[in-house]
Write a protein that binds this ligand. Structure first.
Ligand code: UD1
Ligand code: CA
Length: 479
């Protein structure tokens, strides 16, 4: 690895112990989702992608949930330390130091906040690179500019050089006009942190230990390297309005990346393609489509208006017609779904299978070229190739206690409005007549028919109409 070649290891500390009071939520702030993932995911991933060998996350509020998520998403690539009491950003980094004790004093420690999801690995790498270029500097930091930087710590400069950061609440009236602000993204020499963090004192309006106080110390000892970053990348999230705004911004960025990779995204502002979704070339994503989780869309597939897919794999050339909902399912090559279909978990459509309007599948496999085109419920089914399931067919899979399987072998034909009372098997090529309730296995090649025999009474229609007409007249006369 290049960082090893440079002889200086890279580690990261992500601060995520704060409560996020302004979210007004039972959920810790860093677990609120952006583009389908808890926002803590992004800074941790950026640090890893930028070459941090280890990432230490400082947790506090709601720590069980945060830790559980990080374990699931990153395994042992992240380490957790607990900050019992939130005594400021400097204190949070101090709490993380023992976890870094085994590192060389020359190691570069990247410090990030857990609520800055739009920051990219490239923007973080700039800091590591700056440190490599000038190894004597104690610290490298990002800075950003806004017309009005209210709320942020302001950058203090002297003769053009960064000499400190002043928090909003500690600013003089003149300092409040400073437009350059501190995004709180730093790369600091470990030895410098070990020497100076324990000396921080809470001499400020909030009575906290400020990480930002180290900027002035670094300026006086070794120097501070500053790198400008676009303010949009480092905006933090404090309330749900900012959460929605950054969510939308990230979603637009994702849609744009797919567009530039050859996907037609008709109206990016109306779609929601989550982080991690994969889409092949020449796929078409129409208005209002939502793609969540580990969804994968094959080349040339079309997702028409209003489809919602969560953890679904759609193969090449498939067509999902408007307003279809699918979860944890697979749609085969050139298969067709919808409009208004519902694929519940573990549904699996074979190549060129068709599922039409108001058809619900659950844990059912439909073989190659099999069709269920209208108004059906197929639950716990194993359906072979070339099967035709007629309108209104129901797999009666549940007896109130247990679920049972319906098997339809290849080339079976199920007439409309039939019920298959599971467990039941219909053999290869068998034919089930319309309106049959199938309660016993049907042998291959047999015709199953189970309905009352029809009787026709010649000339009886007029008689029965006259009878009903007289009844109605008698009733009306009484009113
Ligand atoms: C901090 C910076 C400010 C900067 C701003 C950018 C300080 C003193 N100020 O202010 O200069 O402009 O970020 O967004 O550093 N945290 C802990 N433990 C604590 C306190 C905070 O883990 O004891 C975590 C929070 O969960 C959060 C991050 O540190 O993820 C930043 O804390 P926050 O209180 O939001 O700092 P700001 O006031 O925004
Ligand atoms: Ca903040």
């Amino acid at each position: 690895m290049t960082e090893a070649a440079q002889g200086r290891s890279r580690t990261a500390v992500v601060l995520a112990a704060g409560k996020g009071t302004r979210m007004k939520s039972a959920l810790p702030k860093v677990l609120h989702a952006i583009a389908g993932r808890p926002m803590i995911h992004y800074p941790v991933r950026a640090a890893l992608e930028a070459g941090a060998g280890r990432v230490v996350v400082v947790v506090g509020h709601g720590r069980e949930g945060v830790e559980a998520y990080l374990r699931r998403a990153f395994g042992d690539r992240v380490e957790i330390v607990v900050q019992e009491e939130q005594r400021g950003t400097g204190h949070a980094v101090l709490v993380a130091l023992p976890a870094l004790a085994s590192e060389d004093a020359a190691a570069r420690v990247l410090i990030l906040a857990g609520d800055t999801p739009l920051l990219s690995a490239d923007e973080v790498r700039v800091l590591f690179d700056a440190c490599d270029a000038e190894p004597k500097a104690s610290m490298a930091m990002l800075t950003a500019r806004l017309e009005d930087a209210s709320g942020y710590g302001r950058i203090l400069r002297h003769d053009g050089k960064v000499v400190g950061v002043r928090e909003q609440v500690d600013c003089s009236p003149e300092e409040r006009f400073i437009r350059e602000w501190n995004p709180a993204v730093y790369a600091v020499r470990l030895g410098f942190l070990q020497e100076h963090l324990p000396k921080l004192r809470p001499n400020n309006a909030q009575g906290e230990l400020y990480m930002t106080d180290l900027v002035a110390v670094a300026a006086a000892e070794g120097g501070v390297l500053d790198r400008a970053v676009d303010a949009a990348s480092v905006e933090g999230i404090n309330d749900r309005a900012q959460l929605a705004a950054l969510d939308r911004r990230m979603l637009l960025g994702i849609a744009r990346r797919h567009q530039l990779a050859g996907v037609t995204v008709r109206e990016p502002a109306s779609v929601e393609i989550h982080d991690g979704v994969e889409i092949g070339q020449d796929a078409v994503i129409e208005r209002g489509v939502v793609l969540r989780g580990a969804t994968k869309i094959g080349a040339g597939a079309t997702l028409d208006v209003g489809c919602v897919l969560s953890d679904v794999v759609v193969d090449e050339g498939a067509l999902v017609k408007p307003y279809s909902i699918a979860t944890e399912s697979h749609v085969g090559k050139k298969a067709q779904v919808g409009p208004f279909s519902h694929l519940r978990p573990a549904s699996d459509l074979g190549e060129e299978a068709h599922v039409g309007n108001f058809v619900e599948l659950k844990k059912t496999r439909l073989g190659k070229k099999s069709k269920a085109n209208h108004l059906a419920y197929l639950g716990d089914g194993e359906v072979g190739d070339g099967v035709n399931v007629g309108a209104g067919t129901i797999f009666c899979n549940y007896d109130g206690f247990n679920k049972h399987v319906t098997v339809l072998e290849d080339d079976v034909f199920i007439g409309s409005d039939s019920q298959l009372v599971a467990p039941v098997r219909v053999g290869k090529g068998a034919y089930v007549g319309t309106g049959t309730t199938v309660v016993r296995d049907v042998p291959a090649g047999a015709l199953a028919i189970g309905r009352a025999r029809q009787e026709n009474k010649e000339g009886y229609a007029d008689k029965i109409k006259a009878m009903f007409k007289a009844k109605k007249a008698a009733k009306d006369a009484k009113k």
